[in-house]
Ligand binder design. Sequence first.
Ligand code: SF4
Length: 353
Amino acid sequence: MSNKIQEKTDIRNISFLELKQKIVSLNEQSHKSNQVFEWIWKKSKTNFDSMRNISSKTKKKLEENFYFNQTKLKKKEKSQDGTIKFLFVFFDGKIGEGVLIPQKQRYTACISSQVGCSLDCTFCATGKMKLERNLMYQEIYDQVVLINKACEEEYSSKLTNIVYMGMGEPFLNYKNVIKSIEKINSEKHGLGFSQKRITVSTSGISKIIKRFSDEKLKVNLALSLHSANNKTRTEIMSINKTNDIESLKEELIEFYKKTKIKPTFEYVLLKGINDTKEEIQQLVKLCKQIPSKVNFIEYNEVENTQYKKTDKKRVEEILSTFDNNKITAKFRQSRGEDINAACGQLATKNKKT
Ligand code: SF4
């Protein structure tokens, strides 16, 4: 019996071709692989019982050869502003987090690509955790399915946007991130979610931005910039020591040339650190060199950091500077702060709840 279990494969960890070959080797018709793949990736089923057009005989064979690694929803917390934070438990007991951000006509899922993070951006709670492991593509996909289900239940709407901005650096789990996008996007064997409504956010790894540009996807790219000055940026984000602004600039220009998509700069406003006149002038200069837009983000207090948020008056001055320079810039107010679901606050501190 135990040998039999060991021989089983996670059915979501194989390609369509591999499934087809296996189904044929089990003396079943090859078209069944199409039906099974549809149940798994289009209808998001994680057991064979629910596959209604598959005969009991075939289901039995599938059960003898395959299993599903399950991702379960462990906890859901709703903020006063409607933002919902999700705690997921993966097949090995590791915990990840995701967030649903409802806006007027927009429902955005913020999903994680790793458990913890190997980087140590000073303003971020996830960076204070160690990297535990990369998430597999099916675990990234599962977060979308579970958040979408909650979105339908709570707001009677499907998700409209997906951002890879939760825990982890997506470009340090590149293959799984790309494969998850394929599963989320595919019309035939996936959720059919438009690439244009997906954004991958990176702390900035130049050579992987290049690789991402070469995929020629229609997926948006956001760069956590937080300062256009190398000295300041290195103090906030140590990744800048090896991936400085010059190298990022080069790859972002290439990204735009290849995809015709303007990258977005994410910029958490930190009082007296990156919101000064000089810092903002450097940012304006950079934005003029790269076709881009800017999302200023309100800073959320994270335990054990010395940062403060920028005053409202200064935020308005910064926004009018961008307006005067005809650069698209938005200010995003903090969401879900009361449940630690806001940007930079994701860290599994409620692990044991
Ligand atoms: S901001 Fe992103 S890359 Fe930086 S430590 Fe946090 S999760 Fe990691």
